[in-house]
Design a protein around this ligand. Structure first.
Ligand code: IPE
Ligand code: IPE
Ligand code: MG
Ligand code: MG
Ligand code: MG
Length: 296
């Protein structure tokens, strides 16, 4: 088995340890959280944190609980993204969305709880006091990256563009701004988190950021393409929804062929930046190229 699939399993086990058991009060909430968290996500964000730490000479084992905190935050964003007031989706990770299974109120609260649980993990882990300053730097970085000027800003703009009446406002710049914020910001902070927990110098954190922007863009172009080209069975979520809802997407703005070209160029650049950081082949370039090749 490859290192990445070993890590993926370790992430699953660690999440199970960190999240209260389903029997624990309030049981419905914990069952809802676990329904979405253990439905079979790709775990890309925690994997990026582990790979960045390794590339910077850090200890992956020490990074694992914080990496899981990032996956909790990602899963919160998916639960809320699927709500009727946002994208109104029925399927996620191959199972019914949290609100379809548990109702809207529980889904909203499950998202809230996952966000706070995730931030808690980043505040607490790794527990060794020598990580104290890094934990604090990570926490403020994460909060900025997922807040109103980060991921949530991107979500707001995504929904605003969906309601846009003026075709002249649907520019490539607006599209890139949506994608870099709703998807790129979290991916980039995952890489920086791994770097910070490996005590990487500021220049390296800067390069990890650049890599995150590239991977984030490639990842979201691919997400837009899969919505057009894949099926619910393969993808685990509904397809054909972006154009049906009038979302601003890469295929919508650039066409399929040009979107594939931009994806290829972006992914190639990501792989080369990842190789430089890794000093050759390894999990980081492998993850960078996975983003383009992935089928779900
Ligand atoms: C989906 O993310 C949401 C986007 C930012 C496009 P993923 O495709 O990583 O979803 P999971 O975690 O594997 O389910
Ligand atoms: C979701 O983007 C981004 C966040 C959850 C922050 P999408 O709405 O494109 O993701 P999918 O296609 O539903 O997974
Ligand atoms: Mg959305
Ligand atoms: Mg969505
Ligand atoms: Mg999408």
């Amino acid at each position: 088995v490859s290192l990445l699939s070993e890590w993926r399993e370790a992430i699953g086990r660690e999440l199970d340890r960190l999240v209260p058991k389903p029997e624990r009060w309030p049981s419905t909430l914990h069952r809802a959280i676990r329904h979405s968290l253990f439905a079979g996500g790709k775990r890309l964000r925690p994997l990026l944190a582990l790979a960045a730490a390794r590339a910077c000479g850090g200890d992956e084992g020490a990074v694992l609980p914080a990496a899981c905190g990032l996956e909790m935050i990602h899963t919160y964003s998916l639960i809320h993204d699927d709500l009727p007031a946002l994208d109104d989706d029925d399927w996620r990770r191959g199972v019914l969305t949290c609100h379809r299974e548990f109702g809207e109120a529980t889904a909203i609260l499950a998202g809230d709880a996952l966000l706070t649980l995730g931030l808690g993990c980043l505040a607490r882990y790794p527990e060794d006091p020598r990580f104290g300053p890094a934990r604090l730097a990570i926490l403020s970085d994460v909060v900025d990256s997922i807040g109103s000027q980060g991921m949530i800003g991107g979500q707001v703009e995504d929904l605003a563009a969906e309601e846009e009446k003026d075709p002249a406002a649907q520019t490539p710049e607006r599209l890139e701004r949506i994608h870099s914020h709703k998807t790129g910001k979290l991916i980039a902070v995952c890489l920086r988190t791994g770097g910070r927990l490996a005590f990487a110098p500021p220049e390296t954190i800067e390069r990890l950021s650049r890599l995150g922007e590239l991977i984030g863009l490639a990842f979201q172009i691919k997400d837009d393409l899969l919505d057009v080209e894949s099926s619910r069975e393969e993808l685990g979520k509904a397809t054909g929804k972006d154009s049906a809802r009038g979302k601003l997407t890469f295929p919508g703005v650039h066409g399929l062929e040009r979107s594939r070209e931009i994806l290829e160029t972006t992914a190639e650049e990501a792989v080369s930046v990842a190789r430089e950081l890794e000093g050759g082949d390894g999990p980081l370039p492998e993850l960078a190229s996975f983003v383009e090749r992935r089928r779900n």
